[in-house]
Design a protein around this ligand. Structure first.
Ligand code: NAP
Length: 303
């Protein structure tokens, strides 16, 4: 029996662990893949208060060390069901491993959105990637494209521009959603080309990616761009299907919970990118972790 079972070892989940431990509660974080969450894919974080620059990987590592040093347990497994109420919940993970706890914090983040075009899955690992920091080095000296207009796409493009011969940034509008400072930095680089108002409509190459077809939204003109890699950075989608019977999901599949991180189900809280919110940032994920853990501690103390 652990006091608080936290599902997801990203920024929200690990921060929740830190707050729970410091409030004297036992906390176990259950993670389905690797600790750190989405931020491990960010080459350079520039907007976390008090830290001018840090890589996402280093940030995640520090967070993990801080949490585990305080006694937070991190275990691995994919949650298949959560049952119970009041003072006892049973969380079951793949392989029928069961955990008992008094409160649950859902901090499952979100997963990378797919392009949804032909042969995308087939070419994953053969030119299609969703993580520039993980796979960028495989394309050193080659031409690559990044699809997306948010902070992830801009950060990826900046990172890849230092590795690849040329980087195309393909975005469906003519305005970027990501930070203007990064757009300005990219404009300064000689090996970056913006392909705007355009979407990737075809992936070419038999056994590996050789080129992409990009269609201009206004003219419908199709341009074939020879690239060895396409880094897809078109946002995230929630992955909360396993909790649909437990908590209310909004129309887009995010857990319906407000700034107080309460789900409407007693003893179950939601923190970070997995819940309904307007701003999904490292700072807001960390803030949610603190709020959810504090609320969960109060819930347990009230029981
Ligand atoms: P995002 O902000 O949601 O941006 C996704 C981008 O992909 C948007 O430009 C969007 O276009 C485009 N897009 C969405 N669906 C598409 C589709 N089907 N086809 C083509 N393009 C599509 O996602 P993100 O960049 O991954 O960032 C997620 C969150 O993490 C954001 O809150 C972001 O600020 C944060 N983040 C922060 C940092 C940092 O601060 N260092 C780094 C990375 C991420 P439209 O613009 O037209 O909608």
């Amino acid at each position: 029996m652990t006091d608080i079972l936290i599902i997801g070892a990203g920024t929200a989940g690990l921060t929740a662990g830190i707050y729970a431990a410091r409030a004297g509660k036992s906390a176990t974080v259950l993670e389905s893949t690797v600790y750190g969450g989405q931020i491990i894919n960010t080459p350079d974080i520039e907007n976390y208060p008090g830290i001018a620059h840090i890589s996402g990987f280093d940030f995640a590592q520090r967070l993990y060390e801080q949490a585990t040093a305080l006694g937070v347990k991190v275990e691995y497994g994919t949650v298949t069901s959560i049952k119970g109420a009041g003072a006892e919940f049973t969380v079951t993970a793949a392989g029928n491993k069961a955990y008992s706890c008094r409160a649950v914090i859902l901090a499952t983040g979100a997963k990378n959105r797919r392009l949804g075009i032909d042969r995308e899955e087939l070419l994953v690992g053969k030119g299609i990637s969703y993580c520039a920091t993980c796979d960028g080095m495989f394309f050193r000296g080659k031409d690559a494209a990044v699809n997306g207009g948010g902070n992830t796409a801009l950060g990826d493009a900046l990172y890849l521009a230092g590795i690849c011969r040329k980087v195309y940034v393909i975005h469906r509008r003519d305005q970027f959603r990501g930070a203007e400072t990064d757009v300005e930095k990219l404009k300064e680089l000689g090996n970056v080309e913006f392909v705007l108002n355009s979407t990737v409509t075809r992936l070419n190459g038999e056994t590996k990616l050789e080129s992409i077809d990009v269609t201009d939204k206004n003219t419908r003109e199709v341009r074939t761009i020879p690239v060895s890699a396409l880094f897809v950075a078109i946002g995230q989608e929630p992955d909360n299907g396993a909790f649909a019977d437990l908590v209310k999901l909004d129309a887009r599949g995010y857990i319906a919970a407000g700034e107080d991180c309460r789900t409407g189900r007693e003893g179950v809280f939601a923190a970070g990118d997995c819940r309904t919110k307007t701003l999904r940032q490292l700072t807001t994920a960390a803030a949610d972790g603190a709020v959810a853990a504090t609320a969960a501690c109060e819930y347990i103390d009230r029981l």
